[in-house]
Design a protein around this ligand. Sequence first.
Ligand SMILES: O=C(O)CCC(=O)C(=O)O
Length: 339
Amino acid sequence: MAAKSGYTRPRPLAEDAAPPPPSAVLYVANCGPAVGVTDADVRAAFGAFGEVAGVQAADNSGARVIVRFHEPAAAEAAIAALHGRPCDRLAGRVLHIRYSVPVKPKALPGGSLPVALAASELGIPGIYMVEEFVTAAEEQELLAAVDSRSWKSLAKRRVQHYGYEFLYETRNVDSKQFLGELPAFISIVLEKIASFPGLKKCTTRLVDQLTVNEYPCGVGLSPHIDTHSAFEEMIFSLSLAGPCIMEFRKYPKGSWRAPSVVNGADEHTSQEPECIRKAIFLPSRSMLLMSGEGRYAWHHYIPHHKIDDVGGRVIKRNSRRVSFTFRKVCPALLISRHS
Ligand SMILES: O=C(O)CCC(=O)C(=O)O
């Protein structure tokens, strides 16, 4: 457990390793309330060597404490007099004393991966992001609409499907199970999708399947590529109720191929360790478009973090994030439904 004192036990010494450097802070074992030694007893015993600045539990055991002196010389004298010897002031108890070491600050999740704030910074062909795609009022209306409908619980998140049921086992849709037209409450989003910057005007509907995901704080999504043979090229994902970091991975063998030469057996290739990783911050109300290389050749996923480091800024995840992922089912699947 992390010591509240900010100090902890030095690692057991390897034969050739240097001991922790002398300091004013000691790690004292066989000492504490669990073995009948109060803080006052510790202060009295160690106070004989110099002014004690503090006594704190080193961990949850109740039998190890951190003793902080003001002066390193006092700590040195206390080790010399008390380590491994019966201590008169503690009824002959034998203490095991070493110099303590500061607790290492936990590295923020995400490591050193820089997080892009714009798709142009991310530099993955085919990935676009538009901030404030819906207004705050529209966000609330969309959330209220899905919250008034029933959710299906998965292991760590809840989902709703519209248009076609999404099958997680096969990462495909059940084309025989048409759930009806996309609901009226998302018309506003559909209109905005149709005028997504840079999109060619299209006569047919751009999307016909919607998956709503509700992620509790700290829950992410594992790496995947949306099944090539199931969905058309453009996948839109709207972030609501909270931001997240989305990461992308490209594996050396996963070079981009046009969907026409892909037969659906290409997803989830072996997890080779070396890959290129990139990350983008998706603020609430932003819309992400994955197309082209970004949709076909890069795995996308959401790391399971409660806290994200965005350019040195620490961002806490909200109590939930709700995403609306819009796809278009490949017409070939629907033809087989009708035939
Ligand atoms: O939550 C998101 O933004 C992405 C969702 C997604 O990739 C999926 O449902 O397959």
